[in-house]
Every structure is written in structure tokens, then in C-alpha cells.
Write a protein that binds this ligand. Structure first.
Ligand code: SF4
Length: 470
């Protein structure tokens, strides 16, 4: 496949499978924490960061989207890098054509906020319903000036307030960056959240904890311990952040909480259907439509797959019996999870596959290892315990591809797997000689290539391990 065909293959996959419409890779390139700057021209990923599309071709591709579902712009679903949508000159034409085909579902746009045009503000109500994911990074002028070198802080804040003043046709989510103690001390993050909560338009506030590749990491932290310490400080200072109401705050990426088990409500969107029936952070979801969920991700999926009516069995954090709460006239496009916010954890399909793999290995008297990262090690151990899978053991693989504190399992490569299996596997594992290697499907794209462009099929044909992908 030549490079142009390769990019088009991923674009088509984004459109047809994820309802994501890629526009352009242009961006202001001003964020000091941006990971894309590390990708050199020789890197396999570079081509995915440097593509161009014609307006007419994008408009033709609107046909490939599912008009009954939310459409995403500026959000990456594959290796294709989504730039700043408002830097794409034909954006309004795209949105207008999109709204003609997608009659009712929301159009979701992720933006850094500094390039939103007057024309967009004027046309916004005719493009409704809209959802804007606003990467504000900081709501403190001095801090933002330090972490985003685009000289647009004033314009970004003005655009944010302009969006806040728009009608119900527009939903607004905001994200902030937690960089390190010096740049974004906890107090400044808490103050940003306090200021943001004054705007009732803000539905959810995401706070991203820092993740830096090798050549950036030491600019921000002395070592991994200092990074962990900062995360712990932020995490503990945020312990009650959702208790007193206001837009829910979600801290990411964090290890999934609660030992791989309980289905806890993280927070509840103010004014939502869940808030109206007094569902609270910390409540336990025991069942959705009579089914006990395997994970929080499963609970979310069960709710949003419901037709017309959802029944959620909730055990209050404050004590007392579980109650069956019914949400009548449910519409997944409009209601989502009814305002219940869950943190991400393992997909139910992955848990089912893990359980099956564990059973098969146990039947043969064999053992397997599941490749994870330091971030998720305890959570995966909790899953193996809760679902009684003793034939599998979790091992935290080091990420050599990106280095630094890049800890997500989806960013591991086959080269990383080889290096960890050959050099880093603890002696105790070597002695037991595990028969199977379990890896996450998140490491591979729809063509089964990893982030180095290495084929999973080739890896399977050469390794001594039985490879199971979950
Ligand atoms: S907006 Fe995103 S892509 Fe652009 S510089 Fe910032 S982090 Fe990088």
C-alpha cells in the first residue's frame, strides 16, 4: 500500500467505523506538552501527522457517516492525527453539508479555542445540536501563556465566554492540563475549576495528568517518583471535588479505581436526569436492566444500548437498600448515561476473552502472562482476582518506544513486548515458562499493525508464545 492509499484507508475507517470526519492535520503547534513534536520525519507515524484533504472530497465522504449517530470532528479515532478544525478553511461548508445529512444527532467538535471564527458563532444555532470539547488547558492567563505558546490566551478566553452565552443547542465540555507542581500547582487547578463552575454551560471538566515521552519527560520531572508524587497530590486534593455539586471533574489518565471490581458512580452532571433522582458520586450500580455489569465501561454500554427505558439498580454510598430507578422515554443520543459519569476501565468483551483464555490455559495446566503497564497493573490484578483467573498473571511492561512516563497499554509496541519478554521478565516468570502472552487489542489498528507499523501476524508466526489478543 503506498502512503497515500494508506492514509485514505485510515480516513475511511475513521469515517465508516467511528463516525469521525478528519479534516486536516494543521495545528498551532504551541503546546509545550505536545507529544506530536517528537515525531520526526523518519518516524513511521509521521505520515499520519502530515496529510491534506480537499474540501470537495471531505464533503463527498459525509455519505460514509452514519447519520443517526453523533459525528466527531477534531478527535482521533485511529493513527490519523486530527488537527485544529477551525484552521481548516472550509469548516463552515463542511458543517453545513453535514447538518443537511445528519438531521438530529449532535456534531461534536474538539478545539483549542483560539481560531473559532465570527462566522461560526453566527451560524452555530443553525448547525445545532452542537457539542464543543474545548481544550482550554488553563483558565489562568499567566499559566496558559506559559504552557500554550500561541499568543492567543485573550482570544481563547473570550471565545470560551462567547460559547458559554449560547443557548441550549450547544453543549460545552472543557479540559485543563496538569503539568507539574511548578507550572500548575494544585491550588491553581482548583481555582480554575472554581471559576469554570460559575459557567452553568460547562457540562464536564476533564483534567489531564501529564504524560511525556522520553525527550520531554526530564524537562518537567526529575524522575518517575516525582511524577507519581505530583499525581498523588492532585488525586488526593481532588478527592472531594465532586461532592459539592457543580460540573463533574474527571482526572485522566488514572489507574481504574476499586480493584477491578465495583461499579462506582464517579460523578453526576448537574441538572441531568440522574441528578434529578439523586444519584450521587460513590453510589454503586448493581444492575442495568437486570444485568450485573462486569465493569464501569460495561455499565455505561448497557445504559446507552437501552431502548426507550432504562432501569438502573443503585446502592446508595450513604447506606441503605439498593433501589431500582427507572428512566422512562430514554433516548441514547440525547440522554447518554443519563448524566452518570463513569471512569474508564476494561471493556466487557475483554473481560469475557480473558476469562475464556484463563479457563483454556487452566484446563491444560498452563500459565499465561498479560502485558500491562505500571498504570494498570493493580487494576488488572484485581480483575484476575475478581473473575477468578489464576492461570494468568499481570506483568507491567516498560514502554521503550516512547519512554518517559508513557504508561498506557495502547501505546506499547511489539518491539516493547519482545524487549520485555527477553530482558525484563522477572525470574519468577521465566522459571514458570508461561505458554501464552495476552496483549490488548488497543495496541493494534484495524489492520493489526502496531505503532511501529509492525504486523501482529508476523509476530505471531515467529514467537514461541501462544498470543491471545483481548
Ligand atoms: S492543540 Fe494538540 S496537537 Fe496542537 S500543539 Fe496543542 S497538544 Fe499539540
Amino acid at each position: 500500500m503506498n502512503s497515500e492509499n494508506k492514509i485514505m484507508n485510515y480516513i475511511l475507517y475513521s469515517e465508516a467505523e467511528h463516525n469521525v470526519l478528519p479534516l486536516c492535520s494543521l495545528c498551532h503547534n504551541g503546546c509545550v506538552f505536545c507529544s506530536h513534536k517528537n515525531v520526526g520525519r523518519q518516524d513511521y507515524l509521521y505520515g499520519f501527522y502530515d496529510y491534506k484533504r480537499e474540501l470537495s472530497e471531505i464533503i463527498e465522504h459525509i455519505e460514509f457517516l452514519d447519520p443517526s449517530k453523533k459525528v466527531f470532528i477534531g478527535e482521533s479515532a485511529t493513527k490519523i492525527f486530527e488537527g485544529e478544525p477551525f484552521l481548516f478553511k472550509g469548516l463552515l461548508e463542511v458543517l453545513t453539508a453535514l447538518r443537511k445529512r445528519v438531521k438530529k444527532a449532535a456534531i461534536s467538535i474538539t478545539t483549542s479555542g483560539g481560531f473559532i471564527t465570527d462566522e461560526f458563532f453566527e451560524a452555530a444555532s443553525s448547525l445545532a445540536p452542537l457539542e464543543i470539547n474545548f481544550s482550554l488547558n488553563s483558565f489562568d492567563e499567566k499559566v496558559r501563556d506559559k504552557i500554550v505558546l500561541d499568543k492567543k490566551t485573550g482570544r481563547v478566553f473570550a471565545n470560551f465566554e462567547r460559547l458559554c452565552a449560547m443557548g441550549d443547542f450547544l453543549k460545552l465540555n472543557v479540559s485543563l492540563m496538569a503539568i507539574n507542581e511548578k507550572t500548575t500547582p494544585v491550588e491553581s487547578l482548583i481555582e480554575d475549576i472554581r471559576k469554570l463552575r460559575r459557567f452553568s454551560k460547562v457540562s464536564v471538566i476533564k483534567v489531564f495528568l501529564p504524560r511525556f515521552a522520553e525527550n520531554q519527560f526530564l524537562n518537567f520531572f526529575a524522575d518517575y517518583g516525582a511524577f507519581r508524587e505530583y499525581c498523588e497530590t492532585v488525586k488526593s486534593s481532588f478527592a472531594d471535588v465532586n461532592g459539592a455539586g457543580g460540573a463533574p471533574v474527571i482526572l485522566e489518565p488514572l489507574e481504574p479505581d476499586s480493584g477491578g471490581g465495583e461499579i462506582l458512580v464517579h460523578s453526576v452532571i448537574a441538572g441531568s436526569r440522574a441528578a434529578a433522582v439523586h444519584i450521587k458520586p460513590g453510589d454503586r450500580i448493581k444492575a442495568v436492566n437486570g444485568t450485573a455489569p462486569f465493569s464501569k465501561t460495561h455499565a455505561y454500554k448497557l445504559i446507552t444500548a437501552s431502548k426507550k427505558r432504562v432501569s438502573v439498580t443503585v446502592e446508595p454510598a450513604a447506606g441503605g437498600n439498593a433501589q431500582n430507578i427507572i428512566f422512562p422515554e430514554y433516548n441514547s443520543e440525547k440522554d447518554g448515561a443519563c448524566g452518570i459519569v463513569f471512569t474508564a476501565d476494561m471493556a466487557p468483551e475483554a473481560i469475557v476473552k480473558l476469562t475464556a483464555a484463563g479457563k483454556a490455559l487452566a484446563g491444560e495446566g498452563a500459565k499465561g502472562i498479560i502485558a500491562t503497564t505500571p498504570l494498570s497493573l493493580e487494576y488488572i490484578r484485581g480483575v484476575l482476582e475478581r473473575f477468578e483467573i489464576p492461570a494468568l498473571e499481570a506483568v507491567a511492561f516498560k514502554n521503550y518506544r516512547f519512554g518517559g512516563n508513557i504508561d498506557c497499554v495502547g501505546l506499547l509496541t511489539l518491539k516493547d513486548a519482545r524487549a520485555n519478554l527477553e530482558a525484563d521478565l522477572p525470574e519468577s516468570f521465566r522459571e514458570k515458562k508461561p505458554a501464552a502472552l495476552i496483549m490488548s487489542s488497543l495496541m493494534f489498528d484495524h489492520l493489526d499493525y502496531d505503532l511501529n507499523g509492525e504486523s501482529l501476524r508476523d509476530f505471531i508466526s515467529e514467537t514461541e508464545y501462544r498470543v491471545i489478543i483481548v
